[in-house]
Design a protein around this ligand. Structure first.
Ligand SMILES: [Ca+2]
Ligand SMILES: [Ca+2]
Ligand SMILES: [Ca+2]
Length: 431
């Protein structure tokens, strides 16, 4: 009965002949030019400086076919339409450098957004329908990176505890907050200067503690978001790839931390569960660190970084769905595409001071081919009927009804959309 109804849906879709398509594109913010550039990843065509950002753009995010740019200096969020490459709206955070908005993430199926305000120690909550502030509350000292896990109704914020005078760091923490009540659930102590975080394939959160850029080196803390606890501390010193016995462990704690060295920044964990860290390299060769997010061992740390000859100043890394990684090389003004061994597959000149980039993944594009069609419905139906198929990452594309589960409801939802009778696929909340 179940299979029969799916077959009927599939046939209806097949005859509907409605397919949407685009090319895969990487969108880049240029931190010195205050502009947007883009790379067509199919044709390798680069379009530089096609639009302007606010002052000191820090982060770029694509959500529901819109581009969001968080501008730290002008303290606003610019919103761009990807079809026209033009700015369509803007959200004023206000306060300029006194707020210094840093990063954004979304909750409740894109209904709300939270923005960390670095110098105001606060989280700014925005209603994305009215584009206006609904709340602002203390979250921690010097908040930077944010990650919201919609399925758990929880958000995680890295608090750098940066003290502007005399310019040092207090106790770094991660604040866990409740996205339904906007209350702080827990504050977890981590290493010095936690700035960025990402989720791995096992559902663990990796927090990058950059250190103080002098004596304290980069350490990664791992948090179990179910228990909100840190695992045993494991120090691996400056010997990447070598994991000595645990120095200490505490009963009831769940996760790990390990030292990777240097002063790493942005993290991105690839679909094959390798963690990549932007590690600067400001003289001639850009540097990237990597680690295995399953075994928690370092492949390339401060002693043996991946070197990108001539591509100095790696300030961000973004893992693509095929597990290659795009780096923004701030000083060299280009973007490189690398594999896990560090081989440079492509280099693109993009403009002055590339800071961060993201990809135009599309809601409901289950098979990740940048079009919506029958094949997406079929793949989803196979997956839901327990056929041994793999869904490409990021997996939120396979949760078009955004209920944080992938099941028959999504098959029906997507089929209904393709028949034009149903609502558009949403940005799902399956990680
Ligand atoms: Ca892991
Ligand atoms: Ca597709
Ligand atoms: Ca779903």
């Amino acid at each position: 009965m179940l299979k029969k109804s799916i077959l009927i849906l599939v046939l209806l879709v097949a005859f509907s002949n409605m397919v949407w398509g685009a090319d895969p594109i990487a969108y880049i913010i240029n931190g010195l030019a205050y502009t947007l550039s883009k790379i067509n990843l199919k044709t390798d065509l680069v379009t530089t400086n096609f639009a302007t950002t606010g002052i000191v753009p820090n982060q770029i995010v694509i959500r529901d076919s819109l581009i969001y740019v968080v501008n730290s200096g002008s303290a606003d969020i610019h919103i761009y339409n990807m079809n026209t490459d033009t700015k369509v709206d803007s959200i004023n955070i206000g306060g300029g450098w006194a707020r210094n908005p840093w990063a954004i993430d979304f909750s409740d199926c894109s209904r709300y957004a939270y923005v960390t305000c670095f110098t105001a120690d606060s989280l700014f909550k925005i209603d994305m329908v009215t584009k206006s502030k609904v709340d602002s509350f203390y979250i921690g000292d010097g908040p930077a990176g944010i990650l919201i896990l919609e399925k758990l109704n929880k958000g995680y914020v890295c608090n750098t505890a940066f003290i502007s005078y005399p310019g040092n760091y207090g106790q770094g923490t991660v604040t866990v907050f409740d996205t339904q009540g906007d209350s702080i659930l827990k504050v977890i102590n981590v290493g010095t200067n936690p700035q960025y975080l990402d989720l791995d394939n096992e559902g663990e959160i990796y927090v990058i503690c950059t250190g103080d850029y002098s004596s304290e080196r980069g350490i990664i803390y791992i948090i179990d978001p179910i228990l909100d606890m840190i695992k045993d501390v494991v120090e691996i010193g400056g010997s990447p790839g070598f994991k000595p016995p645990k120095l200490w462990s505490r009963k009831g704690t769940m996760i790990d931390s390990f030292e990777i060295g240097g002063s790493p920044g942005i993290i991105s964990i690839s679909p094959d569960n390798i963690g990549y860290l932007a590690a600067g390299g400001w003289e001639t060769d850009g540097e990237v660190y990597t680690f295995c997010a399953k075994a928690d061992t370092v492949f390339h740390g401060s002693l043996n970084p991946i070197r990108l000859p001539g591509n100095s100043g790696v300030v961000s890394v973004s893992a693509f769905q095929d597990s290659t990684v795009y780096t923004c090389n701030f000083q060299a003004d280009n973007v490189t595409r690398i594999d896990s061994s560090g081989n440079i597959l492509k280099t693109y000149y993009v403009g002055d001071g590339p800071q961060h980039l993201t990809f135009n993944y599309t809601n409901g594009d289950v098979n990740g081919n940048w079009s919506l069609g029958l094949d997406d419905v079929i793949l989803l139906a196979k997956y839901c009927c327990a056929h041994p198929v793999k869904l490409p990452k990021p997996k939120w594309r396979s949760d078009p009804n955004c209920d944080c589960r992938i099941n028959l409801g999504d098959v029906i939802y997507l089929a209904n959309y393709l028949l034009k009778s149903g609502p558009a696929p949403k940005h799902g909340c399956v990680n």
